[in-house]
Design a protein around this ligand. Structure first.
Ligand code: FVH
Length: 295
């Protein structure tokens, strides 16, 4: 980022891998950065570059109109902020600590009762991507603090304000993390199956997996439109075909000495749908199968 010496003061609580990257980017952009971390020595390289290490969370918050918190989890965050709560009056707290929508809502209510403004955020980047074009961050909560601190938040990555409903950033964040987790689970399963063939390494197989997943990703917008539309879907397969393929995937895993459990469960669920008279596999039906039935 281009240094901007007049950029406003900002406090970062937590100097783990991500908190450090956030503080580092803000310093590079010319902000006056105050930091606090349970293990103070992690601040040394930042202090050498001009950051101020606060001796307490309270003093850290009091140093800036904006405090960004990025620690392990919400329980840790709450334990750190509670003794310093009075300092938040008239200031903005942005939580980039990973948490649930319910935790975001509780924290917003807590902060508002203290006379603070609050934004909840989700970082869609790994530490080395902070302050690069790949990094984007979700925010939700009141519009005013987002607009006021937009220049500072932009330093970290492209900021998207999703909703004044404070839970939405965490909802999207965890939805995307879930997709990533399942994608990597698929990669690990596929690699276990493919490398059961002597002479095939994970490195040999990886380019095929990347090409296949990249090609399949282009179907996501099409399927999303199908999910949203009551019209006949553009993408549909017969349930018989999908169940037969799932059975083959389960059997191939078994033959390769790989746990077939996921596909066994899929086969059971698909056969139940066929037995109940369903014939089509669509994106909308796949999403609907995931919903917990209302009581
Ligand atoms: N790293 C990543 O790729 C992801 C990207 C998306 C967002 N996440 C979330 O960011 C939060 C912090 O993650 P992190 O990568 O910085 O995590 P660590 O390097 O493990 O650092 C943890 C920090 O939390 C402090 N901490 C932990 N327990 C306590 C405690 N009981 N009291 C006070 N502070 C605590 C820890 O302090 P220290 O160990 O350095 O003293 C670090 O500052 C997280 O929500 C991710 O899900 C990152």
């Amino acid at each position: 980022a281009t240094p901007a010496p007049s950029a406003s003061p900002v406090t970062v609580l937590g100097l783990g891998l991500m908190g450090y990257a956030l503080a580092d980017a803000l310093l590079t952009a010319g902000h006056q950065v105050t930091v606090w971390n349970r293990t103070p020595a992690k601040a040394d390289p930042l202090v050498a570059r001009g950051a101020t290490l606060a001796p307490s969370v309270r003093e850290a918050i009091e140093s800036s109109p904006l405090t960004i918190s990025c620690v392990l989890d919400y329980d840790t965050q709450h334990a750190l902020l509670t003794p310093a709560a009075g300092a938040l009056h008239g200031r903005t707290l942005v939580s980039l600590t990973n948490g649930t929508p319910a935790q975001a809502r509780e924290t917003e209510a807590w902060a508002l009762a203290l006379g603070a403004t609050y934004l909840d955020g989700g970082i869609m980047a790994v530490p080395h991507q902070i302050d690069t074009p790949e990094a984007f961050l979700f925010y939700s909560g009141a519009q005013d603090p987002f607009d006021q601190h937009h220049p500072t938040l932009s330093v970290l990555g492209t900021p998207h304000h999703l909703s004044t409903d404070v839970g939405v950033a965490a909802l999207y964040d965890l939805a995307l993390l879930s997709a990533m987790d399942m994608m990597f689970a698929g990669f690990f399963h596929a690699t276990a199956v493919a490398t059961s063939h002597k002479g095939t390494s994970a490195t040999d197989f990886a380019p095929h997996l990347v090409a296949w997943l990249t090609s399949m990703l282009s179907m996501v917008p099409l399927m999303a439109a199908d999910i949203d539309s009551p019209a006949a879907p553009a993408y549909a397969q017969s349930l018989d075909l999908v169940a037969a393929a799932a059975q083959n995937m389960a059997d191939a895993a078994r033959e390769a000495g790989v746990l077939p459990d996921h596909f066994d469960r899929s086969v059971t669920a698909l056969r139940q749908r066929i037995a109940s008279g369903e014939t089509e596999y669509t994106a909308a039906s796949a999403v609907s199968q995931l919903r917990v039935p209302a009581r």
